[in-house]
Design a protein around this ligand. Structure first.
Ligand code: GDP
Ligand code: CA
Length: 319
């Protein structure tokens, strides 16, 4: 067993950017210390000798108010001396990493080598950045998401997203590593003890998919009698950012709020979708999912707070 503190009332399953935007709003309507996040680690990979954990880090940086909002990743005001040096020295530098960002990754790598777990590393980093919200990896095992292309290539998710710039032609998404990984015990405990479970507006295939693939996660959610509410990452038939459309199509799912609702059927009892998709409310409710349509394009933390409040009101109405 872990020595974690008492269960946090609100637990959110999180990917990266979409989750971060939502979580910044959530901690405006719920005390940050009352929130716990279970974060995708399917994107983790070693770059330049260090363990990079894109989703854990962006969630941490966003909750610390430190994310570079112009670039959408990394730390505001970071410098890029290290990556520029590596580039000049002839290394392949398609994955950009700022200097302070790199320092966090190096610190994590040294701790992992000294025997620490990924959970402990994530906890130390968030505390150092003054984040009261608990940040838990879905697993401490390597669980890389692989993207199989129609041309036969098999890419690590970051190769697909960053190096190849998320092209069409995805044949399938391979979550077998997550399916074979040991769940992080504190993540399962957080889910079991939650009074409210939220699924962030994250990529359903490659952010939420890997979390749900980890053994025990779906069962822990199903065993929790409290309501589960998801926020759609698809607005008006398109993702706000990123390749969710290409990946949803690859798994045979419609690129719409309704398509996401069908994927989450049986898992969630409520869903917040965008106002532009209000015509899908009755169809989603016919799936047994209570649905609310509001503005979900989170341009500011204030709008994100409104989205979070809608999700929590929906939870309350489902009790
Ligand atoms: P990633 O790991 O950085 O790809 O991040 P996530 O999986 O957490 O988020 C990606 C998803 O977030 C995409 O499918 C976007 O459509 C969605 N997203 C980003 N910003 C917003 C927003 O303001 N509103 C909603 N509803 N979804 C968003
Ligand atoms: Ca991600």
């Amino acid at each position: 067993m872990t020595d974690r503190a008492a269960a946090r009332p609100v637990v959110a399953l999180a990917g990266g950017v979409g989750a971060s935007r939502f979580l910044r709003g959530l901690v405006r309507v719920v005390a940050p210390a009352n929130v716990s996040t279970v974060v995708n680690t399917g994107d983790d990979r070693e770059f330049y000798g260090v363990h990079v954990a894109p989703d854990l880090d962006i969630v941490t940086y966003a909750l610390a108010g430190a994310v570079d909002s112009a670039r959408g990743y990394g730390l505001a005001g970071d410098t890029f001396a290290l990556i520029e040096y590596l580039e000049q020295a002839g290394h392949d530098t398609w994955f950009r990493l700022g200097d302070r960002d790199f320092a966090h990754c190096l610190d994590r790598t040294l701790q992992l080598r000294a025997g620490a777990g990924l959970g402990q590393c994530a906890d130390q980093l968030r505390r150092r950045l003054g984040v009261a919200t608990e940040i838990l990896p879905m697993t401490e095992d390597p669980a890389p998401t692989l993207v199989a292309m129609q041309d036969g290539r098999v890419l690590h998710f970051e190769e697909y997203l960053v190096r190849e710039r998320a092209p069409d032609g995805v044949a399938s998404v391979d979550l077998r590593a997550a399916s074979g990984a040991a769940p992080f015990p504190a993540a399962l405990e957080a889910i079991a003890g939650a009074q409210t479970l939220l699924v962030c507006p994250s990529n359903p295939v490659v952010s939420i998919g890997p979390i749900l693939a980890v053994p025990g996660v779906r069962d822990a959610i199903a065993a929790n009698p409290n309501p589960v509410v998801a926020i759609s990452p698809i607005i008006g038939g398109k993702p706000v950012k990123g390749p969710a459309d290409r990946l949803l199509r690859a798994i045979g799912s419609e690129v719409s709020a309704r398509g996401v609702a069908k994927l989450y059927r049986g898992l969630v009892q409520g869903m917040v979708i965008d106002r532009v998709d209000a015509d899908q409310v009755s169809e989603i409710e016919a799936l047994g999912i209570r649905c609310r349509a509001v503005d979900t394009l989170m341009r500011t933390p204030e709008i994100a707070a409104q989205v979070a409040k809608t999700a929590l009101d929906l939870v309350a109405s489902l009790r």
